[in-house]
Design a protein. Sequence first.
Length: 541
Amino acid sequence: MKRKNRVTRTTLREAEKLALLNFNKQERRGILSKIHEIIELYRKRHNIDLPNALSPALTFSVHTTEREMPEQSKIVLGDVEVPPLPQQDEGIAFAPVTHLARWIETGKLSSVHLTKLYLDRLKEYGPALECIITLSEKRAFEQAERADEEISRGKYRGPLHGIPWGAKDLFDTAGIPTTWGAAPFRDRVPNSDAGVVRLLDEAGAVLTAKLSMGALAFGDVWFGGRTRNPWKIEQPSSGSSAGSAAAVATGLVGFSLGTETCGSIVNPCNRCGVTGLRPTFGRVPRTGTMALSWSYDKIGPICRRIEDTVLVLDAINSFDVMDPDSIKANIYFDANKSLDNLRVGFLPKLFDKEKATNVERNTLDLLAQFSVQLQEIELPGLPYELLWTLIKVDAAAAFEELTLSDRDDELRWQALEAWPNIFRVHRFVPAVEYVQIQRFRRHVIHLMDDIFNGLDALIAPGFVGELDIITNSTGHPALAMPAGFNDDGTPLGVTLYGRPFDEGTLCRLGLALERELEIYKHRPRLVGNEIAIQSKSVTSD
């Protein structure tokens, strides 16, 4: 860097006057260690041709066409016989929602018994996993008793009625702390419920716990610890929907809700070996949910089976006038519909023998056996990492108060790549650069619209950073699912990406893979309050 362009402490001190900031020496050193990376991103953006007619994506909507929106809602589950109620509680705890729902509906299992079972497991295994922030026992038993009473007199609300679930701790819950996983907010108690919490209440679901999340939706470190992967206790769970994934994987809840801005459902699901559905942007209302980046944030289910994610998505799929990005959208899922001639794209470089595992490549072979049309695709070589700037600027704005009050010092994670320094660095992003990157985002939206014009879905290894930032920026849905195991027994997954509002196709494809792979037959081996580093294979309950 030429000396005349070099950013120094003096530069920062003068810039702080313009932004009405006053950092200390240590904070300036942190900014100086990272600011050059931001400047280099600006240089990359300058090399992109953005036509004058390309508008910025400041008012964000998913770029889609009418043919991609299902004309009506339809949910048809697979014609699979529900097994008898297991005699052992562990078999019940790891059962999918589709089985739990049938046992509850027919009176073979009470919601109160199931709720107590899950609360006991949360207390026994939660501390080792560091996955619980607050238990909601009083509310849970009240809801469970109400569910049993309603079902006994024939008022059955549907497949989630009486099913215990866990909420990532950024959904407001009236009278119950919602901490956002961050020390500055650990005493925050809302006086109303988030939109999705109300929707699940209406479906008859039972809220048992507020689950851990990386502070302010980043990573797996929160004010009370670091959430663990139940398959390998010394390994972090990834995040930020850390507790939501770990709790489902360990059979502590029937299902959970997570959120994703960029990777926060896909990452922990792949790490913990569970299934996560990141819906199309706008499909699920975010009223009463912590905002990180308003045009990126999405809410989705985390479950043990793919059909469970469809049932949960159906319950929280709703228009809410209080969320300006909320969209009224139908869901179409038919488990019995043929996969013949579906067009599934993949990037060959991602499945190269030197980069991908046999588990990941095996999924391509399975798809070929399903008579889908596999198509090789390529992405233009553009600096997609630019798009991260939008999220980080939004986050700096969303949590401005922490920066201005110095309460960012209270956050547990204080590394240079953590939120406090990210917030500080991105106070200095020029408005012009932010708008130009929004225009680049619009360019990427058009690019992905062209790619999906010839595809029904796209498959990739569990987590690919480039695809993750691209598809989160465009609002496309994604399905993360387990596909096998590493040599050390930890799960490996794949991710399917779909067209806007076509989650049904993703779930049909995923269901076909799930039935062949049968990864759900494996569970983390639990021993007392210790979690062993191995799995055991069990027969389907």
